[in-house]
Write a protein that binds this ligand. Sequence first.
Ligand code: UDP
Length: 237
Amino acid sequence: MGTAYRRILLKLSGEALMGDLSYGIDPAVVQDIAQEISEVVASGVQVAIVVGGGNIFRGVKGAAAGMDRATADYVGMIATVMNAMTLQDSLEQMGVPTRVQTAIAMQEVAEPYIRRRAMRHLEKGRVVIFGAGSGNPFFTTDTTAALRAAEISADVIFKATKVDGVYDADPHVNPNARRYQSLTYGHVLTHDLRVMDSTAIALCKDNNIPIIVFDLSVGGNIRRAVMGESIGTIVGG
Ligand code: UDP
């Protein structure tokens, strides 16, 4: 059976790598994610990944505690590199060729972000993991995901989260909350739905990049989404 997409951009939040821990990285969880990614790569789909850093450090929190905001954001960006390298290690142990590219140069441990080079890696079947966000403070890794997806002409963004899609109310609070199967960018923006931050949604809207929001903790969901099965919520035009 053919896959629905040729090139995907998978956005993994830092929290996705944390599992049930309250901080940091759960190696077993990273291994599970890497396993799923390896299956998708084996099916011939090109996979680029943007990792967050919220499991280690968030700029907003640092600033709230009195840090200079831009400095705190740089710390947050550097945190994402730890996640990127950990995920790379897991994938490579499974025999999946990968490259980490960082938006803040760290040439001893990763390539710098070079768009054309990233695309070449993808064409060769290598997973490219983008670390250090966009390299700019005051942005998020969600916005980075939208930016990189546009730059590399990804067909879709997979926004892997802890919930199985987007709801009209918080399903943990309201038992009658209903999950949307599909949504427009405009609806997400005007109702301020928590899919990705508004900068990221606006970028996806301008560049017509669909976003699929789904629950990462359900095994096989990345593969299902790649096959075009209807899981979670799709945000589009
Ligand atoms: N960050 C940044 N610019 C970027 C991407 C990230 O300054 O382009 C910083 C920001 O401080 C953010 C932190 O890196 O809080 C970690 O990223 P994020 O919160 O997006 O991670 P996630 O929520 O996906 O785990």
